[in-house]
Design a protein around this ligand. Structure first.
Ligand code: ZN
Length: 267
Protein backbone atom coordinates (compact mmCIF):
# COMPACT_ATOMS: atom_id res chain seq x y z
CA UNK A 1 0.00 0.00 0.00
CA UNK A 2 1.45 3.35 -0.96
CA UNK A 3 -0.57 5.58 1.32
CA UNK A 4 0.28 6.23 4.97
CA UNK A 5 -0.99 4.11 7.84
CA UNK A 6 -3.78 6.18 9.38
CA UNK A 7 -3.51 5.80 13.15
CA UNK A 8 -6.16 7.13 15.53
CA UNK A 9 -5.02 7.35 19.15
CA UNK A 10 -8.07 7.32 21.39
CA UNK A 11 -7.57 8.47 24.97
CA UNK A 12 -10.20 8.79 27.66
CA UNK A 13 -8.22 11.97 28.56
CA UNK A 14 -9.70 12.54 32.03
CA UNK A 15 -6.84 11.71 34.46
CA UNK A 16 -4.55 14.17 32.66
CA UNK A 17 -7.02 16.97 33.41
CA UNK A 18 -7.68 16.14 37.06
CA UNK A 19 -4.60 14.41 38.51
CA UNK A 20 -1.63 16.74 39.07
CA UNK A 21 1.03 14.08 38.47
CA UNK A 22 -0.64 12.86 35.28
CA UNK A 23 -1.06 16.47 34.11
CA UNK A 24 2.62 17.19 34.69
CA UNK A 25 3.73 14.09 32.78
CA UNK A 26 1.22 14.44 29.95
CA UNK A 27 0.01 18.05 29.75
CA UNK A 28 -1.70 17.46 26.38
CA UNK A 29 -2.76 13.91 27.20
CA UNK A 30 -1.12 10.53 26.84
CA UNK A 31 -2.49 10.28 23.30
CA UNK A 32 -0.66 13.49 22.31
CA UNK A 33 2.58 12.17 23.82
CA UNK A 34 2.37 8.90 21.86
CA UNK A 35 1.19 10.80 18.78
CA UNK A 36 4.16 13.16 18.87
CA UNK A 37 6.48 10.16 18.71
CA UNK A 38 4.57 8.32 15.98
CA UNK A 39 4.14 11.29 13.66
CA UNK A 40 7.89 11.59 13.11
CA UNK A 41 7.69 8.45 10.93
CA UNK A 42 6.81 9.26 7.32
CA UNK A 43 4.74 6.10 6.87
CA UNK A 44 2.41 7.02 9.75
CA UNK A 45 -0.36 9.62 9.90
CA UNK A 46 -1.68 10.43 13.37
CA UNK A 47 -5.09 11.60 14.53
CA UNK A 48 -5.99 12.17 18.19
CA UNK A 49 -9.42 11.37 19.66
CA UNK A 50 -10.84 11.67 23.18
CA UNK A 51 -13.93 10.48 25.00
CA UNK A 52 -15.28 14.01 25.47
CA UNK A 53 -14.96 14.91 21.78
CA UNK A 54 -18.15 14.92 19.67
CA UNK A 55 -19.31 11.34 18.95
CA UNK A 56 -16.81 10.22 21.61
CA UNK A 57 -14.03 11.10 19.18
CA UNK A 58 -14.97 8.40 16.69
CA UNK A 59 -17.69 9.48 14.27
CA UNK A 60 -18.16 7.02 11.38
CA UNK A 61 -16.08 9.19 9.07
CA UNK A 62 -13.07 8.88 11.42
CA UNK A 63 -13.53 5.18 12.10
CA UNK A 64 -13.80 4.41 8.38
CA UNK A 65 -10.52 6.23 7.78
CA UNK A 66 -8.59 4.55 10.58
CA UNK A 67 -6.18 1.70 9.80
CA UNK A 68 -5.02 1.22 13.39
CA UNK A 69 -6.92 2.24 16.52
CA UNK A 70 -4.89 2.68 19.72
CA UNK A 71 -7.03 2.70 22.90
CA UNK A 72 -6.32 4.01 26.41
CA UNK A 73 -9.18 4.07 28.92
CA UNK A 74 -9.57 3.59 32.66
CA UNK A 75 -12.07 5.52 34.80
CA UNK A 76 -14.83 5.88 32.22
CA UNK A 77 -14.98 2.53 30.42
CA UNK A 78 -18.72 2.42 31.14
CA UNK A 79 -19.39 5.70 29.30
CA UNK A 80 -18.27 4.36 25.92
CA UNK A 81 -21.26 3.81 23.63
CA UNK A 82 -22.10 0.17 23.05
CA UNK A 83 -23.00 0.90 19.43
CA UNK A 84 -19.53 2.38 18.89
CA UNK A 85 -17.94 -0.67 20.51
CA UNK A 86 -19.77 -2.95 18.09
CA UNK A 87 -18.61 -0.87 15.13
CA UNK A 88 -14.99 -1.07 16.36
CA UNK A 89 -15.25 -4.82 16.90
CA UNK A 90 -16.70 -5.43 13.42
CA UNK A 91 -14.12 -3.23 11.70
CA UNK A 92 -11.32 -5.15 13.43
CA UNK A 93 -12.92 -8.53 12.68
CA UNK A 94 -13.25 -7.58 9.00
CA UNK A 95 -9.52 -6.93 8.79
CA UNK A 96 -10.00 -3.27 8.01
CA UNK A 97 -8.40 -1.96 11.21
CA UNK A 98 -5.80 -3.17 13.67
CA UNK A 99 -6.40 -2.60 17.40
CA UNK A 100 -3.83 -1.82 20.10
CA UNK A 101 -5.05 -1.87 23.71
CA UNK A 102 -2.79 -0.04 26.17
CA UNK A 103 -2.50 -0.60 29.92
CA UNK A 104 -5.94 -0.31 31.62
CA UNK A 105 -7.65 -0.86 28.27
CA UNK A 106 -7.56 -4.51 29.40
CA UNK A 107 -10.94 -3.66 30.96
CA UNK A 108 -12.22 -1.51 28.09
CA UNK A 109 -15.38 -2.43 26.23
CA UNK A 110 -13.67 -2.69 22.82
CA UNK A 111 -10.88 -4.97 24.10
CA UNK A 112 -13.37 -7.24 25.86
CA UNK A 113 -15.66 -7.30 22.84
CA UNK A 114 -12.78 -8.13 20.49
CA UNK A 115 -10.96 -10.83 22.48
CA UNK A 116 -14.03 -12.21 24.24
CA UNK A 117 -13.08 -12.34 27.93
CA UNK A 118 -13.42 -9.99 30.92
CA UNK A 119 -9.69 -9.15 31.00
CA UNK A 120 -9.53 -9.26 34.80
CA UNK A 121 -6.14 -9.15 36.50
CA UNK A 122 -4.45 -8.41 39.83
CA UNK A 123 -2.93 -4.99 40.42
CA UNK A 124 -0.88 -3.21 43.06
CA UNK A 125 1.48 -0.39 43.98
CA UNK A 126 3.71 1.44 41.54
CA UNK A 127 7.19 -0.08 41.45
CA UNK A 128 10.16 -1.10 39.33
CA UNK A 129 9.50 -3.42 36.40
CA UNK A 130 11.83 -5.33 34.10
CA UNK A 131 10.31 -5.98 30.69
CA UNK A 132 11.63 -9.18 29.13
CA UNK A 133 11.68 -9.71 25.39
CA UNK A 134 10.34 -13.25 25.02
CA UNK A 135 10.07 -13.41 21.24
CA UNK A 136 12.89 -11.32 19.74
CA UNK A 137 12.20 -12.58 16.20
CA UNK A 138 8.71 -11.03 16.16
CA UNK A 139 8.32 -7.75 14.20
CA UNK A 140 6.85 -6.08 17.31
CA UNK A 141 10.11 -6.82 19.16
CA UNK A 142 12.30 -5.27 16.45
CA UNK A 143 14.99 -3.05 17.95
CA UNK A 144 14.12 -4.07 21.51
CA UNK A 145 16.88 -5.50 23.75
CA UNK A 146 16.67 -8.77 25.71
CA UNK A 147 15.20 -6.79 28.59
CA UNK A 148 14.72 -3.18 29.60
CA UNK A 149 14.04 -1.41 32.81
CA UNK A 150 10.94 0.63 33.61
CA UNK A 151 11.70 2.60 36.80
CA UNK A 152 8.08 3.07 37.82
CA UNK A 153 4.93 1.23 36.71
CA UNK A 154 1.72 0.10 38.32
CA UNK A 155 1.87 -3.60 39.23
CA UNK A 156 -0.23 -5.77 36.90
CA UNK A 157 -0.04 -9.43 37.89
CA UNK A 158 -1.21 -12.87 36.82
CA UNK A 159 -3.59 -14.46 36.51
CA UNK A 160 -4.66 -12.27 33.60
CA UNK A 161 -7.98 -13.51 32.26
CA UNK A 162 -7.46 -13.33 28.53
CA UNK A 163 -7.75 -16.05 25.91
CA UNK A 164 -4.45 -17.79 25.16
CA UNK A 165 -2.57 -15.23 23.06
CA UNK A 166 -1.52 -16.00 19.50
CA UNK A 167 2.00 -14.83 20.39
CA UNK A 168 3.39 -13.86 23.77
CA UNK A 169 6.08 -11.27 23.06
CA UNK A 170 6.84 -9.50 26.36
CA UNK A 171 6.80 -10.56 29.98
CA UNK A 172 6.98 -8.20 32.96
CA UNK A 173 8.77 -8.94 36.24
CA UNK A 174 8.10 -6.65 39.19
CA UNK A 175 10.08 -5.63 42.24
CA UNK A 176 7.53 -7.35 44.51
CA UNK A 177 8.16 -10.65 42.68
CA UNK A 178 5.04 -10.78 40.52
CA UNK A 179 5.01 -11.59 36.81
CA UNK A 180 2.67 -10.56 34.01
CA UNK A 181 2.15 -11.33 30.34
CA UNK A 182 2.81 -7.73 29.28
CA UNK A 183 2.66 -7.78 25.49
CA UNK A 184 0.85 -10.22 23.25
CA UNK A 185 -1.03 -10.60 20.01
CA UNK A 186 -4.45 -11.99 19.18
CA UNK A 187 -5.97 -12.81 15.82
CA UNK A 188 -9.75 -12.42 15.60
CA UNK A 189 -11.37 -13.24 12.27
CA UNK A 190 -9.30 -11.14 9.83
CA UNK A 191 -8.09 -8.69 12.48
CA UNK A 192 -4.81 -8.27 14.31
CA UNK A 193 -4.74 -7.10 17.95
CA UNK A 194 -1.89 -6.20 20.31
CA UNK A 195 -2.17 -5.67 24.06
CA UNK A 196 0.63 -3.83 25.90
CA UNK A 197 0.77 -3.31 29.66
CA UNK A 198 2.87 -0.16 30.41
CA UNK A 199 1.13 3.20 30.69
CA UNK A 200 -0.27 3.98 34.14
CA UNK A 201 -1.31 7.64 34.04
CA UNK A 202 1.03 8.77 36.84
CA UNK A 203 4.08 6.92 35.46
CA UNK A 204 6.33 8.28 32.69
CA UNK A 205 6.21 5.09 30.57
CA UNK A 206 5.07 6.87 27.39
CA UNK A 207 8.32 8.82 27.52
CA UNK A 208 10.33 5.56 27.52
CA UNK A 209 11.97 5.01 24.11
CA UNK A 210 11.55 1.22 24.22
CA UNK A 211 7.87 1.47 25.12
CA UNK A 212 7.31 3.95 22.27
CA UNK A 213 9.25 1.80 19.80
CA UNK A 214 7.10 -1.22 20.70
CA UNK A 215 3.93 0.80 20.10
CA UNK A 216 5.27 1.92 16.71
CA UNK A 217 6.23 -1.66 15.80
CA UNK A 218 2.74 -2.76 16.80
CA UNK A 219 1.19 -0.10 14.55
CA UNK A 220 3.11 -1.51 11.58
CA UNK A 221 2.20 -5.10 12.50
CA UNK A 222 -1.52 -4.61 13.20
CA UNK A 223 -2.14 -2.37 10.16
CA UNK A 224 -4.04 -4.19 7.41
CA UNK A 225 -1.24 -3.13 5.03
CA UNK A 226 1.38 -5.05 7.04
CA UNK A 227 3.58 -7.40 5.04
CA UNK A 228 2.50 -10.99 5.47
CA UNK A 229 -0.94 -10.01 6.65
CA UNK A 230 -2.19 -13.52 6.14
CA UNK A 231 -5.88 -12.95 5.60
CA UNK A 232 -5.64 -10.06 3.15
CA UNK A 233 -2.72 -11.64 1.30
CA UNK A 234 -4.43 -14.95 0.76
CA UNK A 235 -8.00 -13.88 0.14
CA UNK A 236 -8.04 -10.12 -0.54
CA UNK A 237 -11.26 -10.39 -2.53
CA UNK A 238 -13.14 -11.44 0.60
CA UNK A 239 -12.45 -8.10 2.26
CA UNK A 240 -12.06 -5.79 -0.72
CA UNK A 241 -15.24 -6.79 -2.52
CA UNK A 242 -17.32 -7.11 0.60
CA UNK A 243 -19.74 -4.33 -0.38
CA UNK A 244 -20.52 -6.02 -3.68
CA UNK A 245 -20.74 -9.44 -2.08
CA UNK A 246 -23.15 -8.22 0.56
CA UNK A 247 -25.26 -6.29 -1.97
CA UNK A 248 -25.46 -9.38 -4.18
CA UNK A 249 -26.41 -11.53 -1.23
CA UNK A 250 -29.06 -9.06 -0.12
CA UNK A 251 -30.60 -9.09 -3.61
CA UNK A 252 -31.01 -12.84 -3.22
CA UNK A 253 -32.64 -12.38 0.18
CA UNK A 254 -29.61 -13.42 2.26
CA UNK A 255 -29.37 -12.23 5.85
CA UNK A 256 -26.88 -9.37 6.35
CA UNK A 257 -25.40 -8.13 9.61
CA UNK A 258 -26.74 -4.53 9.75
CA UNK A 259 -23.54 -3.32 11.39
CA UNK A 260 -21.65 -4.02 8.15
CA UNK A 261 -23.70 -1.32 6.48
CA UNK A 262 -23.29 1.12 9.36
CA UNK A 263 -19.51 0.90 9.40
CA UNK A 264 -19.24 1.60 5.69
CA UNK A 265 -17.92 -1.70 4.39
CA UNK A 266 -16.11 -1.62 1.11
CA UNK A 267 -14.60 1.82 1.68
ZN1 ZN B 1 -3.18 2.16 35.77
Amino acid sequence: MDRKIRVTIWDEFRHEKTNEKAKALYPDGMHACIGKYLEQFPEIEVRLAALDDPDQGLPDEVLQNTDVLIWWGHMAHGEVNDALVTKIQRRVYMGKMGFIALHSAHHSKPFRAIVGTMGNLTWGREQKEIMWNLLPTHPIAEGIPQSFYIPEEELYAEPFFIPQPSELIFGGWYEDGYIFRSGMTFIRDAGRIFYFQPGHETCPSYHNPHVLRIIKNAVLWTAPSAPGYEYRDHCPHVVDNLAERIAAGKAKGNMVDPVFAEIGYGK
